[in-house]
Write a protein that binds this ligand. Structure first.
Ligand code: GTP
Ligand code: MG
Length: 486
C-alpha cells in the first residue's frame, strides 16, 4: 500500500513566531530533557537486563547441543544455506553473496576433515614453541589422525581492550585449545578461559615450567588451579632447567656436572591422547558446527541490512500519516493516541519485508498489543511530555495542542516500526513461518528501541521534522532562520 502524504494539512490560522529568546530557553529545555532521560533510563534498565539474560540463554541453548552428531551439523549447514538463498532472492547482486556461497561446500568438506587442529596459546614466553617442538618430536598418539599444532601469538601483552581478539579468533578456529600458564592464573587469564568455555570451546589448562617450583609450591599451585577449573588440568615441564649432578667416588673425590632432564609431558600426552582418541570425530563436527553458525549469523546480518533499507521508508511513510491524522484531529486521550499511532497496515507491510506474513486481522491484534504495551511502559506519557517540552522551546505553544499530538503520534509510530524491525531481525529465518507473536520479547524490544531513540539531539531533530511536515509554510523558513542564528 502506498499512501502519498497530502500537505499542507490544517495550517490556517496558526502562526509560529520565532525570536531570539527561544534560543536562550533552549538550554533550560535541555536540562529538563536530561531529567526525562534519566527517568526513562531507570524505566528501561530492568527490561534491558531481561533482554540480555534472554539473549545469552538463547545462545548457550544452541551451543549446549554440542557435541553434535553429523546430522545436526548437516542440518545447520542447510539452514545457513537457506539464509544465503533468502539473501540471493532479496538482493541478487549483493556484494557478499559470492563469498558466502563459496563457504557452504567448504563446510561439507570440513565435516570429513581427518586432521585435528590444536591451538597452543597463553601469555608471552609460557613455553608454547618449546611444547610444540617436544610434542612434534616425542609424541605419537596413534589415533589414525594427523595432528596439527598451531602456535598462537602471545596473549596479554598489550593492555588495550580487544588487542587479543585476532589471536583468540585463531585459537577459536581450532578443534581443541591447549592453554599454557606458568603458575596460578591471573584474572585476565581466568577471564579468557571462562570466555572460551562459555563459547563451548574445548580446552586443557597446561601448567608448564613446574620445574621452577619446589614440590610443595607445585602442589599448592595445582590445587589453586583445580579450584578454578575442575577438570582438564595437567602439569608439565617442556624444558626443565639443567640440574647439578654430584658423584662421590670411592677414592673420596667428588665429581660434579650439569645434566639436562628429559621433558616431562606425560600427563599431557596421556590425557590429550585419550581425549583425541575418544572424541576426535566429535571435535571436528563441533568446529564445523561453530563455523556454520558463524556463517549463518554473517549472512543473516547482510539480509537484515537489506531488509532494514526497505523498512525505513515504510516506517517513515506511516509515521507522517499518523502525524497528519493526530494533528488534524487532536484527541487528548493518551490511549487513543497510542492505538491510532500504530497502523495495522504498517505491521503487514513490515512483516512482508521480513517474510513474516500477517493478515490484516492479525496485524490489528499486534497493533493493539503494542499500543497497550506502550501505555503500560509509560512511553506514551513520557514521549508526549518530552515532545511538548521541545515544542515549547520552538515557541509553538500556539499550536501545542495539535502539534504535540501530531509529533507524538509520529514518534510512537516510529518506535513501533523500529521495534518491529528489531523484533523480526531477532527471529529465526522463517522457513514456514506464521509462528505466534511473542509479546514479552516485543515489549523488551520496545523498551530498548525507546531508549535508543530518546536522546535529546534526536528528539530535537525529530520535532523539527514534525513541525516542518505539519506546518510547512511557517516552520521551514523560521526553523532554518533559527538554525542559522544559532
Ligand atoms: N624452566 C623451564 N623453562 C622453560 C620450560 N619450557 C620453556 N621454557 C623456557 O621458556 C622460554 C620461552 O619458551 P618458548 O617456548 O619460546 O615460549 P613461547 O611461549 O613460545 O614464547 P613467545 O612465543 O615468545 O611468547 C625459553 O627460554 C624456554 O627454554 C620449562 O618447562 N621449564
Ligand atoms: Mg613462541
Amino acid at each position: 500500500m502506498v499512501v502519498k502524504l497530502q500537505r499542507p494539512i490544517l495550517v490556517g490560522g496558526l502562526g509560529l513566531s520565532f525570536s531570539l529568546w527561544i534560543l536562550q530557553s533552549w538550554h533550560d529545555s535541555i536540562v529538563q530533557l536530561g531529567e526525562y532521560s534519566v527517568l526513562s533510563l531507570l524505566l528501561v534498565g530492568g527490561g534491558l537486563l531481561l533482554l540480555k539474560q534472554n539473549r545469552s540463554k538463547q545462545d548457550s541453548h544452541i551451543l549446549d547441543s554440542l557435541p553434535v552428531d553429523r546430522e545436526t551439523v548437516e542440518s545447520a549447514i542447510a539452514k545457513t544455506e537457506t539464509v544465503i538463498n533468502h539473501l540471493a532472492g532479496e538482493a541478487e547482486n549483493h556484494h557478499a553473496l559470492a563469498q558466502l556461497r563459496e563457504r557452504i561446500p567448504q563446510l561439507y568438506t570440513e565435516l570429513d576433515r581427518q586432521e585435528i587442529h590444536l591451538a597452543v596459546t597463553g601469555g608471552k614466553s609460557v613455553g608454547k614453541t618449546t611444547l610444540i617442538q617436544v610434542l612434534t618430536s616425542n609424541w605419537r598418539p596413534g589415533i589414525g589422525r594427523k595432528i596439527c599444532l598451531q602456535e598462537i601469538a602471545p596473549l596479554f601483552i598489550e593492555v588495550s581492550e580487544n588487542s587479543d581478539a585476532p589471536a583468540l579468533a585463531q585459537a577459536k578456529a581450532t578443534d581443541f585449545i591447549l592453554f599454557l600458564t606458568n603458575g596460578d592464573l591471573t584474572d585476565t587469564e581466568f577471564q579468557t578461559i571462562q570466555q572460551l568455555q562459555a563459547e563451548k570451546h574445548r580446552l586443557m589448562l597446561v601448567f608448564n615450567k613446574q620445574d621452577q617450583y619446589l614440590a610443595d609450591e607445585r602442589a599448592s599451585i595445582l590445587l589453586a588451579l583445580k579450584q578454578r577449573m575442575q577438570e582438564n588440568i595437567v602439569a608439565i615441564s617442556t624444558s626443565p632447567l639443567p640440574v647439578k649432578i654430584r658423584k662421590h667416588n670411592d677414592d673420596g673425590s667428588v665429581q660434579e656436572w650439569m645434566e639436562q632432564p628429559a621433558p616431562d609431558i606425560e600427563q599431557l600426552t596421556q590425557q590429550l591422547g585419550e581425549t583425541l582418541a575418544q572424541q576426535g570425530q566429535q571435535l571436528v563436527w563441533a568446529t564445523t558446527m561453530r563455523k556454520a553458525l558463524l556463517l549463518k549469523a554473517e549472512a543473516k546480518n547482510y539480509l537484515n541490512g537489506v531488509r532494514c533499507d526497505r523498512a525505513n521508508p515504510v516506517i517513515e511513510q506511516y509515521q507522517w500519516i499518523a502525524a497528519a491524522a493526530a494533528f488534524a484531529n487532536p484527541v487528548p486521550a493518551l490511549d487513543i493516541l497510542a492505538t491510532a499511532a500504530i497502523n495495522a497496515q504498517m505491521i503487514v507491510d513490515l512483516g512482508n519485508i521480513y517474510q513474516q506474513k500477517f493478515s490484516l486481522e492479525q496485524a490489528k491484534t499486534v497493533a493493539g498489543e503494542m499500543g497497550s504495551l506502550m501505555l503500560k511502559l509509560g512511553l506514551v506519557e513520557l514521549s508526549s511530555k518530552v515532545i511538548g517540552t521541545v515544542l515549547k522551546s520552538h515557541a509553538v505553544t500556539y499550536v501545542a495542542g495539535g502539534a504535540v499530538q501530531g509529533v507524538s503520534a509520529a514518534y510512537l509510530t516510529r518506535l513501533a516500526g523500529l521495534s518491529l524491525v528489531e523484533y523480526f531481525q531477532q527471529q529465526e529465518i522463517a522457513v514456514n513461518s506464521a509462528t505466534g507473536f511473542n509479546v514479552e520479547i516485543l515489549g523488551q524490544t520496545l523498551q530498548k528501541v525507546f531508549q535508543q531513540n530518546q536522546q535529546v539531539g534526536f528528539l530535537q531533530w525529530f520535532v523539527k521534522q514534525g513541525v516542518k511536515r505539519l506546518l510547512p509554510e511557517v516552520a521551514e523558513e523560521k526553523i532554518f532562520t533559527a538554525e542559522t542564528v544559532a
